[in-house]
Design a protein around this ligand. Structure first.
Ligand code: NAI
Length: 341
């Protein structure tokens, strides 16, 4: 760490979430602090637990904290199925206009896989599509769910994708769509992407139907470099791609806006394994690496990434989703040891 970095302290909003959220967040905070980077965490509840305590799913203090800090690390939050409150994730993304969901998919060393050498970047539109959540019962037995696609949001996410492709030296972007059926909405998304693509002649632009994309991904994921997707397709395809590199316990993500960012894993709150000290914190930890890069703590980010790779190469301290026997906390200890030795 250089002298300038040692003097800095980063105020970051911390949302432990629920399910496996508190366990993995605890492990990740310990590791990030072991880098020597100084953090001031502002911890806040969200979801059902927040409601019990404050009668609000997203307490005012959480909004104020993110408004102040413009950066947050977030554990997963459970969203009730088929009723109940609106997704906390969707609400925060919309409120802070975190329009781009950035999800890099890469292998870690030492893990057996049918797909070695994956390096795929998923860019998911994060604010509209089916996720606007506008649904109503027209008459009993008939429900209407509205999908919103706008020129503004589609152009904005395409711009983000092409600019990032250039920044990261990527060569190809595929827009993933269903414009043969949703001719107007997905058609508009494609038109916007094509218009932006014209300004980036150095990036090869292609389009695939989303159903075909699932088959293409499983048979030959190497044909893709970056995928640009609407909200729903991005959500689904991200989980599929997580399987290439060892599962949901590994894949990080960032919700990015103009001047605000929330870092969180792709996976959810995994209620089936919550509270057992068996969840894999790697996905949130790799989101922590993205957070460190965002804070311009490049040296610490590189060190944590190297420590993750060392522990995976060593195979001894892995969690059971990736074939090991270590607990969440023990995996965290091994990373700290690799980081500090
Ligand atoms: P999930 O991602 O929580 O779990 C799917 C499967 O992956 C489960 O078998 C789980 O045990 C496993 N898994 C997930 N993360 C893991 C980890 N870190 N280590 C080891 N295994 C892991 O998806 P599910 O079960 O469909 O959703 C559960 C809840 O999470 C739902 O309420 C959903 O709405 C919410 N959710 C929240 C998200 C967020 O806060 N960003 C994102 C996705 C879902």
């Amino acid at each position: 760490m250089n002298a300038e970095s040692a003097a800095r302290e980063h105020r970051v909003t911390l949302i432990p979430g629920d399910g496996i959220g508190p366990e993995i967040t605890r492990a990740v905070v310990r590791i990030l602090e072991a880098t020597g980077v100084k953090f001031q965490w502002e911890e806040s509840l969200a979801g059902a637990e927040a409601y019990e305590r404050y009668q609000e799913y997203i307490p005012k203090e959480l909004y104020l904290s993110i408004e102040r800090n413009r950066v947050a690390l977030k554990g997963p939050v459970t969203t009730p199925i088929g009723g109940g409150f609106t997704s906390i994730n969707v609400t925060l993304r919309k409120h802070f206009e975190l329009y781009a969901n950035y999800r890099p998919i890469r292998n870690l060393p030492g893990l057996p896989t049918h797909y070695p050498g994956i390096d795929l970047l998923i860019i998911r539109e994060n604010t509209e599509g089916e996720y606007v959540g506008i649904e109503h019962e027209v008459v009993p037995g008939v429900v209407e769910s509205i999908k919103i696609i706008t020129e503004k949001a589609s152009t904005r996410i395409a711009e983000f994708a092409f600019a990032h492709a250039r920044k990261e030296g990527r060569k190809r972007i595929h827009s993933i769509h269903k414009a043969n059926i949703m001719k107007m909405s997905d058609g508009l998304f494609l038109r916007c992407a094509r218009d932006v693509a014209k300004r980036y002649p150095d990036i090869v632009y292609g389009e695939h139907l989303v159903d075909n994309t699932c088959m293409q991904l499983v048979t030959n994921p190497y044909q893709y470099d970056m995928l640009l997707l609407e909200n729903l397709y991005g959500d689904i395809i991200s989980d599929l791609c997580a399987a290439f590199v060892g599962g949901l316990g590994l894949v990080p993500g960032a919700n990015l806006g103009k001047d605000c960012a929330i870092f969180e894993a792709v996976h959810g709150s995994a209620p089936d394994i919550a509270g057992k000290n068996i969840a894999n914190p790697t996905a949130l930890l790799q989101s922590g690496v993205l957070l460190l890069r965002h804070l311009e703590e490049t040296d610490a980010a590189d060190r944590v990434q190297r420590a993750i790779e060392t522990v995976y190469e060593g195979k001894k301290s892995l969690t059971r989703d990736v074939g090991g026997t270590a607990g969440t906390a023990e995996f965290g200890d091994a990373i700290i040891e690799a980081l500090t030795s």
